[in-house]
Design a protein around this ligand. Structure first.
Ligand code: NAD
Length: 279
């Protein structure tokens, strides 16, 4: 029997499974196998990006799974080298071609890019493909509140999601509150701090108390905060473990114990200075 993963209703009425499978740093040659394993276990939400170089393999795994395309929620992201409106439209076409799909469920701007500083122009390209029905929803990633304020002031469509670094060491309380206040769902990337939170003593103590693993406890903390998560792994046993988080609930007191680990511990780039543009 497949576990029913709860969904989050986005601000345009589209439902997204709250738990997905992320494929950052999965080599293209390992991607079909990893995504196939995830689909087999029951995941119905895959998070990829043009920058990850494995969109094609994600599409292949979904096509080969025999699962109806409409049952799998697929996200990809606009890479940082597509600055103009036309480049963004072209990049979107390339993503659909790589995935071999006619429509994507969610397409997002990967980074705001302070030097280029034209995410409004890029957003207008996403509004276009949304209007054409080729993206069922559109969103942003690594946007701070001031980036979002600008989009809200200068464009038509409120992003459906903001995909940002969030985990027990970097809880992002203010940005989560800002997103919620504006009807924007938060997607938490690096939900397990790429594994670094899994030997934290507080987390290990809770894992023992609940009879679950450290990863399951941390993922549960994210779900109970309302965030959407898509942990990455290439190990089938871990992919399964990360899926088995719907049979227990953390108490309010234990949620607070995990939240108290917050230490402004960003591990990834800082959105206000990160300017990486692939050649
Ligand atoms: P993550 O926190 O999901 O950590 C993944 C790592 O944790 C794995 O490589 C593995 O070492 C370990 N791990 C996973 N499950 C485990 C388990 N059950 N037991 C023990 N160890 C386990 O980090 P991530 O991959 O960086 O983030 C998740 C997804 O978020 C990515 O795959 C990608 O889709 C997305 N992401 C987006 C951005 C962005 O800028 N938008 C940036 C990074 C990641």
């Amino acid at each position: 029997m497949t576990t029913a993963v709860p969904t989050v209703r986005l601000n345009n009425g589209v439902d997204i499974p709250q738990l997905g499978f992320g494929v950052f740093q999965i080599r293209p040659r390992d991607t079909v196998e990893a995504v196939s394993a995830a689909l087999q276990i029951g995941y119905r939400h895959i998070d990829t990006a043009e920058m990850y170089g494995n969109e094609k393999e994600v599409g292949q795994a979904i096509a080969r799974s025999g699962i109806d395309r409409s049952e799998v929620f697929v996200t990809s992201k606009l890479n940082n080298n597509n600055h103009t409106f036309d480049q963004a439209l072209r990049a979107f076409d390339q993503t659909l071609t790589a995935l071999d799909m006619e429509q994507i469920d969610l397409f997002i701007i990967h980074w705001p890019l302070p030097t280029v500083s034209n995410f409004v122009e890029r957003w207008k390209a996403l509004e276009r493909v949304y209007g054409e029905g080729r993206a069922r929803s559109i969103g942003v990633s690594n946007f701070e509140d001031h980036h979002l304020q600008r989009l809200l002031a200068e464009t038509e469509i409120v992003p459906a999601v903001n995909q940002i670094e969030v985990h027990p060491y970097f809880a992002q309380n203010d940005l989560l509150a800002f997103d919620a206040e504006h009807g924007i769902a938060t997607e938490a990337w690096a939900p397990l701090v790429q594994g670094a939170v899994l030997d934290d003593q507080t987390v290990l103590d809770l894992a023992q108390a609940y009879g679950k693993t450290a990863a399951q406890v941390v993922l549960r903390w994210h779900l109970q905060r309302g965030s959407i998560v898509f942990p990455k792994s290439v190990t089938p046993a871990r992919i399964r473990e990360n899926f088995e988080i719907f049979d227990f609930e953390l108490s309010d007191a234990d949620m607070k114990r995990i939240s108290a680990l917050d230490r402004n511990g960003r591990t990834g780039p800082e959105p206000d200075t990160f300017d990486y543009v692939p050649s």
